[in-house]
Unconditional design. Structure first.
Length: 178
């Protein structure tokens, strides 16, 4: 009986407590390579994009941990934004290898779980820069600001800005809750 109670209590422990208090990022950016329709559902999934429906790998080639900084820009095609994304050295090298070995495939960009667009890999990507040309909202840019610095922004200044914004949001949330 005692072990049954312990098991029930274990189920009641919040998952965040099990994660060591780490919060999930408020924004995520990832890039997924085109897969093969014959791949198992464990490895790729079918996704509808502006380029049509295709199969893309579930595991991203590039994710938040690979991104050094980013810069938004207004899209020329509509009233949304695009992003220029600069990768760290390791991710730059990995992207060069992946793009060299996957010429003529597509690379899907995903922001906060939503597919945004595809880029056709026509040559090796050697400079560590990826671009999402359109479809990014102002809300998504604001969420990215909390997890990724802007290109040219000092990392310490960026961290100060994020802390200041979080304090402001906490104060606003406290007052609106009352």
């Amino acid at each position: 009986m005692n072990s049954l109670i312990n098991f029930a209590l274990l189920l009641l422990i919040p998952m965040s407590a099990l994660a060591g208090g780490k919060k999930n990022p408020t924004a995520s950016i990832s890039f997924h390579l085109e897969g093969n329709p014959s791949d198992s559902a464990k490895f790729s999934r079918e996704i509808k994009t502006s380029a049509g429906t295709g199969h893309y790998r579930i595991v991203p080639e590039i994710s938040n941990r690979d991104i050094l900084a980013y810069a938004p820009f207004p899209s020329k095609e509509d009233s949304t934004y695009g992003l220029i994304i600069k990768l760290n050295k390791q991710a730059t090298r990995r992207l060069e290898i992946v793009s060299t070995s996957n010429l003529n495939k597509l690379l899907l960009s995903v922001i906060n779980g939503q597919p945004h667009g595809v880029v056709h890999i026509t040559q090796p990507i050697k400079d560590g820069t990826l671009v999402i040309w359109r479809g990014v909202t102002l809300e998504q840019i604001r969420s990215c600001d909390s997890v990724i610095p802007r290109i040219g922004e000092d990392r310490k200044e960026w961290k100060k800005r994020v802390r200041k914004r979080q304090k402001t949001n906490d104060i606003i949330n406290k007052h609106t809750a009352n």
